[in-house]
Structures are given as C-alpha cells and as structure tokens.
Design a protein around this ligand. Structure first.
Ligand code: ADE
Ligand code: ZN
Length: 350
C-alpha cells in the first residue's frame, strides 16, 4: 500500500476494534515473562519456550497461500489463538499497557475518538477481577485523553457462544463501571447463535441507556436472519449499529431498512480479505456506500490481520473501491455521525 498523506492526516474515529485483538505474540510474550507464566499450546499442551515458537503458532492464522503451517495438530484456529491471548493478562499493569499500546497506535494515525470493544466474560473466566481489568483500562483511557489527545469509550461485548445467563450476570457486574461504558455488543462464534437469544440483556441495557450493536457475518456466511434480528428486534426496535454484516447486500429489503433507519455499519476490510475473494469484498462495500448507508471503517483485530490498523484498512478500501479523497472524507464524516460520543465531543473531532 502506497503512502497517502491525505488519508493519514484525516482526523479519525474508530468504532470497531477489540482491545484483545491487539495482543500480538510479542505482547503475549512480554506479559507472560513479566508475570512468570508459562505459555502452552491450547490443545497439544506443548510449552512455547521461545518467542519465535509462539510467533510460529500465531502465523498459522495467515491465509494458506501465504505459507502458513498446515500441520492440523499444531495449527491454532482464530478463536484458540484469540482467547489464548486473554490468559496472559493478570495485573492492572497488563491491562494498562495493553490499552496504551492501542492508544499509542491510534494517536499516530490521528484517531481522535474511539469506541473499543472488550469481552469481560473472557477475562473473568481466567480468574481476573473486574477491578483489575477496569481500573487498568480506565487509567490508560485517562492518560490517552490527556497526553495523546485520543478520547474513548468502551463497548462491552457478550460472548454469543456463552449463555444468556452469563451475559446478564456480567452486564449487572459492569454497572459498577457504567461511566466508562457507552454501549453493549455481541461477538465471538456466531454459529447457531442468533442475536435474539440475548434479548433479555439487550432490552435491559437499552432501558438503562446503553447503545446497542451486534456482530453479524464476520467474514463467514451466517443467516441473514441474524442481521434482521439485530436491526429490527434486539432491545425492542433493533440495534443502532451493526458490526460487519456484508452479506446484507444479498437482500435489498435489509439494505433498504438499514438505510432508512440510519443504522451505521462498521466495516473492517482486512478481516474479510482473509476469508473472501477481494473482488467480492470490495464490490459489497462499494454497494453499501453507493446505497448511502453510513459506513465506519475500522481495524477489528490488528494483531491477527498482519498488523493492519485503521489506516491500512482505509488505504486498502480506497484503492480497491476506487474512492476519491472526497469519498474518504465522507466515510469519516459518517463515522462521526454514527459514533456514540456526546455532541460536544463530536464537534471537536471534525
Ligand atoms: N471477537 C474479536 N474478534 C472477533 C471476530 N473476528 N469474530 C468474532 N468475534 C470476535
Ligand atoms: Zn469485531
């Protein structure tokens, strides 16, 4: 990707990045060494005794044509590698450093405001206390605002492959930190886990004043019915944004609804390129844009997408959708429109 001073300079809003998705093998190694923990392969139990070994297991996430190891026994799936990252986070300092790592990248790319996903259920199950996690990320958030001019809010995601009861339990515990949390979302493995399963907690969150979003069709194809539930039903009248959901282009009715309701779509091109043909990905994004749907471009899980951040996602999109500089500005303006910052903060961004 060639350098693009115009895109680099645009003040940015990032609305789809998982704090756990920035855990590179290097960060994993750093935290585990610092905490005196041993890292093991989640299935074979083999100890990773060097950073290089850990990196090799992570590299298996590359597409097959880029030389990944095809040893089925050793190859980690995305979720194995992803949730393995949670296990290295033990102390408040770990959470602080992790969040600062994101904020420093964000500041360099001129991100002025971000809404960052976190998965509390993935942390409590490793035995971490709420206050360790929340106080660590809270301190980083304050420091980023003060020293880096990056403002932020958190979106708590429910793991859709865990139970609705667990989601509710975590929702209630998170109320102790509600000043940090702007919305709730739904992520993890979508297979046979439609959004409506979580209606009780979504309805409660909406009644309590949280904003709603949900992941749909993360690069793999899941039923359009999941998108329909997300935009029409959860929380009573549907979420205000959806995360991914590119397969919506297969339904003119759903496209119409998203446009009509002014629902924002967070779109992370590098996440799709891993699974789908390039042409198809960018044709689909272009179709959303041409329809006038508000798109917000973001990075999702940079550590799992060959170190691609919001800037690289914008650049690949510009190139393959043939977007002009004016189109790029329109995308950023849409992101500001669909973000959940207070009006005063929104005015400061643009
Ligand atoms: N959580 C973090 N990254 C995710 C992804 N790519 N798909 C589903 N859940 C996720
Ligand atoms: Zn995501």
């Amino acid at each position: 990707l060639t350098k693009d001073p115009f895109v680099e300079a645009i003040p940015k809003v990032e609305l789809h990045v998982h704090i756990e998705g920035i855990i590179t093998p290097e960060l994993k190694w750093k935290f585990s060494q610092r905490n005196g923990e041993t890292l093991t392969h989640p299935r074979t139990g083999k100890v990773f005794s060097t950073l290089a070994e850990l990196q090799a297991s992570h590299d298996t996430l590359k597409p097959p044509d880029e030389g990944r190891m095809d040893n089925a026994e050793e190859t980690l799936s995305f979720f194995e590698s992803y949730y393995g990252g949670f296990e290295v986070l033990k102390t408040k300092q770990d959470y602080f450093d992790l969040a600062m790592d994101y904020f420093e990248h964000a500041a360099k790319m001129n991100v002025r405001y971000c809404e960052i996903f976190f998965d509390p259920q993935g942390h409590t199950r490793t035995g971490v206390k709420w206050e360790t996690m929340m106080e660590g990320i809270r301190e980083a958030q304050s420091k980023a605002e003060k020293d880096l001019n990056v403002k932020s809010a958190w979106i708590m995601c429910f793991l859709r492959d865990s139970s609705p009861e667990s989601a509710m339990e975590h929702y209630l515990a998170a109320l102790n930190y509600r000043d940090m949390i702007v919305g709730v979302g739904l992520d993890s493995n979508e297979d046979r886990r439609p959004p409506k399963l979580f209606e009780e907690v979504f309805a409660r969150a909406r009644a309590d004043g949280f904003r709603l979003t949900a992941h749909c069709d993360v690069g793999k194809t899941y039923p359009l019915e999941h998108i329909r539930q997300a935009i029409c039903e959860i929380g009573g009248t549907g979420a205000e944004r959806i995360d991914h959901g590119l397969n919506v282009v297969e339904s003119s009715e759903l496209m119409e609804l998203i446009h009509h309701k002014g629902i924002g779509m967070t779109i992370c091109p590098w996440s799709y390129i891993r699974h789908q043909p390039m042409d198809e990905v960018f044709e689909r994004i272009r179709a959303l844009f041409d329809k006038g749907i508000k798109i917000s471009v973001a990075s999702d899980d940079p550590a799992f997408m060959e170190d691609t951040w919001i800037l690289e996602n914008l650049l690949v999109l510009k190139k393959h959708c043939n977007f002009s500089n004016l189109d790029m500005l329109k995308l950023m303006k849409d992101a500001v429109d669909v973000c959940w910052a207070p009006e005063g903060v929104k005015k400061d961004i643009v």
